[in-house]
Ligand binder design. Structure first.
Ligand SMILES: CC(C)(COP(=O)(O)OP(=O)(O)OC[C@H]1O[C@@H](n2cnc3c(N)ncnc32)[C@H](O)[C@@H]1OP(=O)(O)O)[C@@H](O)C(=O)NCCC(=O)NCCS
Length: 198
């Protein structure tokens, strides 16, 4: 059994979420240096250098605030991905944008679903958000399938808004309300933040 580290934020079966630490940066850079992953998230396919990542870290980009949360996803003691919540709306709207990225070697093993459920339970149950939104590129079938399975609803398309792989693609807009989330995932419950790693 590996002991609980004090920096754990949320814990689930096989994974935990925790803040990004300075000494995580080399691993973080390595994990997200895959051009396909970078492209699927809206990057240019050019990985961040360690120096650039360090500058982003120093500027407070990964700090938790009441407007944004950013966590690494850890499994088996390794960082395997990241998740985020970003609130750019006016506060009374209680709407937030969700983001997730799982590293290339860890796709299709259920980690994306587990990390999403952990953070969305927290977003709705503890932070009291009413709505979680996201958008994705239409060619990102894996993400679309995962979001549909989680209960996200298709809300629209921004046509030919993204250039990639030699053509324009639509952005797909998806969202889920607190009521829809609880109807599918059960009633609000206190998240597990302490105890043994799953
Ligand atoms: C989208 C993403 C988070 C999904 O994470 P993941 O860990 O691979 O997903 P899971 O293993 O939990 O799979 C969830 C569902 O997606 C579907 N899925 C998995 N791989 C798939 C594939 N290659 N094609 C289509 N659907 C797929 C499956 O239906 C799966 O559910 P099931 O196992 O019950 O059948 C991950 O692919 C990722 O980080 N991609 C790069 C960044 C990105 O696209 N982020 C989202 C931008 S909006």
């Amino acid at each position: 059994m590996e002991g609980a580290r004090p920096d754990t934020f949320l814990r689930g079966s096989r994974i935990r979420l925790r803040p990004l630490e300075l000494d995580d940066l080399p691993r973080y850079a390595e994990l997200f240096s895959d051009p396909e992953v970078n492209l699927s998230y809206g990057g240019l396919g050019v990985p961040d250098s360690l120096l650039k990542l360090q500058r982003r870290y120093d500027s407070g980009e990964f700090d938790a605030t009441d407007r944004k949360l950013h966590f690494v996803v850890e499994a088996g003691g390794e960082i395997i991905g990241q998740v985020s919540l970003k609130n750019d709306e006016n506060l009374p709207s209680r709407a937030v944008t969700f983001g997730i990225m799982i590293g290339a070697g860890y796709l299709g093993q259920g980690y994306g679903t587990k990390a999403s459920v952990l953070l969305l339970n927290y977003a709705f149950g503890i932070l009291g958000y009413h709505k979680v939104n996201l958008d994705l590129f239409e060619y990102n079938v894996r993400a679309q399938t995962m979001y549909e399975k989680l209960g996200f609803v298709h809300e629209g398309r921004r046509r030919e808004n993204h250039w990639s792989r030699g053509r324009f693609w639509d952005d797909i807009l998806m969202g889920i309300t607190a009521e829809e989330w609880w109807a599918k995932h059960g009633p609000p419950r206190q998240p597990e933040t302490r105890g043994e790693r799953g």
